[in-house]
Design a protein around this ligand. Sequence first.
Ligand code: SF4
Ligand code: FES
Length: 256
Amino acid sequence: MNADTDTTRAIRQEAATGTIRMEVARYRPGQDAEPVTQSYEVPLISDWAVLDGLNYIKDQLDGSLSYRWSCRMGVCGSCGMTVNGEPRLTCGTFLTEYDRGPVRIEPLKGFPVIRDLVVDIDEFLAKLSSVRPWLVREGEEPPLTTEYAQTPEQLDAYKQYSMCINCLLCYSACPVYVLDPDFLGPAAIALAQRYNLDSRDMDDRFDVLNLDEAVWGCTFVGECTRVCPKHVDPAEAIQRYKLTAALRSVLPWSRR
Ligand code: SF4
Ligand code: FES
């Protein structure tokens, strides 16, 4: 996918204040013995994000570079990578943050690499499905056609968690997940809470949340919340469900 036309790119390159070296991890599992780093000089332009730099490399220098992106505006969640050791959305991270360079781009830590900067997220998708991240209504068959009104307060109860874009930065930053890939993890738990706290939902996700590999595996390091670009606060979601689960042991009829 071309980021700019040749004309606009030429105009924008005139605005460059110099160049910055991008050191990019390259790896083809099954063909390469181990990842290697490849360096590219990229124009340093004040409003270029790291993703623009990768697009420049792909379009102008090396078409074989592989990475994911789509929206370029912090919405699709597909451009997460490790930038100078930190999990970041590359479309929301400006090259000028690193203008003394070099800037190092690696795949998100904690996930198997498919190629270069592209990681395999199948395990996460299975975990996400396991928490049933959709509205469940007892005694009603889809399609659901009834309108269920909510007050602003009822919306506020879960809205924060609904901002998750599945970018997986929180998993990459989480020391528990990096040591134990079976840990259900921050985003899946936050999204379970998104539905648990929705007044329209009637499910009970206790079976998937009240486990050592789920909320009880969290040691409350809080890195997930620190790196989350959408201010979801998954650490708070997890601690909050711990309280819910603990209350259920004394009040078994309480569900939320
Ligand atoms: S909780 Fe935040 S960091 Fe984690 S996947 Fe959702 S948006 Fe990304
Ligand atoms: S490209 Fe969509 S979030 Fe970055």
